[in-house]
Ligand binder design. Structure first.
Ligand SMILES: Cc1cc2nc3c(=O)[nH]c(=O)nc-3n(C[C@H](O)[C@H](O)[C@H](O)COP(=O)(O)OP(=O)(O)OC[C@H]3O[C@@H](n4cnc5c(N)ncnc54)[C@H](O)[C@@H]3O)c2cc1C
Length: 422
């Protein structure tokens, strides 16, 4: 009987456990999760804090007890793994117990990155990654009256936090050391348009300026920024980024870059040890390098692939590319591909009103796209870009073309996206 161990029970861990159980009715699947919740969706945390969904809405796969019974899991909730010995094929828990395994999946996800700022005890700031982060911010907002907030990090997470604070009538400043919003996903003029729109909604921007230290005042906080400004607020939320949870992995045994390096089977550099989700680096199709792709669907694919290979059903996941699809403050922003790639720029529509598409062509092929205010074309464009990255000769299928035209793109623009020059 195979002994499977899974570290972390988020999307990747759950999808792996489900797949293992489908393929192996008898194996022992031991799951170690550092909290007592069912697998939850971190992208819904801001919706819970905003009061848009109830707490139960965070759990897409249902209740922990039911999952444990349905998948016949040996569940170890609130038990944290402190070390893995790949050589001895065992995991070591924080309470000192050593547990042997035959096949191991590391699905430990990522944590909010919280650098030390002089004057700010990390416990006094707020973050947005875990269910507990969401509870902590919601309780604070429900029980205190805040007048002003500083959100550090002009990322997809940062903007959702800004939105929920603004909706509560809290004057909010969004700061980032980068000079523009969504620096890793948006093209400069799209960043500028989004900045203009959110400024009109009352958000103050402090871009190109990094927080350096915070001082407690009688009113709250005085935050000293690198451009010399002092921002006063009574709430600080740090959305600066994430770090893969790999601290219990010995990089001498298992290859780790920014995260655990995996191949297309989700196998690490050690046989019988797999990794999936935000704790790992799989292939990024555009660069063909390994990279963290911190997306829910990616964690699901990787977890499912790992679970299949662990339970003897060969499977592979050839990779993914950078993309973001987000809705905030009455607008949709979609970014596909590496926004640092430069080339011929094609645009369609008016950036200030209605569907706007900005595309970058490199060597005759679509290399990246920004879309404003229409999520309905995202599937067709994403699918096309995915196929180009797999096979340079791909074209937009008749069905996808129909969707793009229906949503307002001209046939001549679609041809240009396909690299057809007339
Ligand atoms: C606010 C926010 C918005 C997001 N928006 C989007 C979006 O719009 N679209 C999208 O696709 N993705 C989005 N994401 C990202 C997406 O949620 C993640 O990519 C995905 O949930 C990763 O799943 P995972 O299973 O790899 O990791 P996680 O969900 O992080 O699960 C890992 C689990 O491992 C546990 N763990 C860690 N270390 C240990 C240990 N030593 N021992 C035991 N257990 C451990 C953790 O407690 C955690 O429960 C968002 C994330 C956030 C936070």
């Amino acid at each position: 009987m195979t002994r499977y161990a899974i570290i972390g029970f988020g999307c990747a861990g759950y999808c792996a456990a489900r797949t293992i159980r489908e393929n192996d009715p008898d194996g022992v699947i031991s799951v170690y999760s550092e909290h007592g919740y069912a697998p939850y969706n971190p992208m819904l945390t801001t919706y819970y804090t905003a009061g848009k969904i109830p707490f139960e809405g965070l759990f897409p796969f249902g209740d922990l007890q039911k999952i444990t019974e349905d998948l016949k899991l040996d569940m170890h909730a609130s038990r944290t793994v402190s070390r893995i010995s790949a050589k001895d094929k065992e995991i070591i828990l924080t309470d000192g117990e050593h547990v042997p395994f035959d096949k191991l999946l590391i699905a430990s996800g990522a944590r909010a990155f919280a650098p030390r700022f002089e004057g700010l005890d990390p416990a006094e700031a707020f973050y947005m990654r875990t269910a507990d982060d969401a509870i902590k911010l919601k309780e604070a907002l429900d029980h205190h009256t805040y007048r002003s907030a500083l959100v550090v990090g002009a990322s997809m997470v940062g903007i959702k936090v800004v939105e929920l604070l603004n909706n509560r009538g809290i004057h909010t400043v969004l700061a980032d050391m980068a000079p523009r919003i969504f620096p890793l996903a948006a093209y400069p003029d799209v960043s500028k348009e989004i900045e203009d729109r959110i400024t009109r909604k009352g958000i103050e921007l402090a871009l190109g300026s990094a927080m350096q230290k915070a001082e407690k005042t009688s009113e709250g906080w005085a935050c000293h920024m690198s451009d010399g400004k002092v921002l006063n607020c009574d709430l600080i939320v740090l959305c600066i980024g994430t770090r893969a949870n790999t601290q219990f992995v010995d990089p001498e045994e298992i290859k780790v870059n920014r995260a655990i390096v995996v191949d297309e089977n989700m196998c690490t550099s050690c046989p019988d040890i797999f990794a999936a989700g935000d704790c790992c680096e799989g292939t990024e199709l555009q660069s063909q390098n390994t990279m963290i792709i911190g997306l829910w669907a990616n964690a699901a694919h990787q977890g499912t692939t790992a679970g299949a290979n662990m339970s003897g059903k060969p499977a592979s996941f050839n990779g993914n590319f950078l993309h973001n699809i987000t809705h905030f403050m009455d607008m949709d922003f979609i970014g596909f591909g590496d926004n640092r790639i430069t080339g011929e720029v094609l645009t369609s529509g008016n950036i200030h009103d209605g569907l706007y598409v900005e595309a970058v062509m490199k060597d005759g092929h679509l290399a990246g796209v920004n879309i404003l205010d229409n999520y309905r074309i995202s599937g067709a464009i994403k699918n096309y870009l995915y196929r180009i990255m797999e096979n340079k000769t791909a074209d937009i299928s008749p069905m996808q073309r129909g969707i793009l035209i229906k949503e307002g793109l001209r046939p001549s623009f679609i041809e240009k996206l396909e690299g057809i020059v007339r």
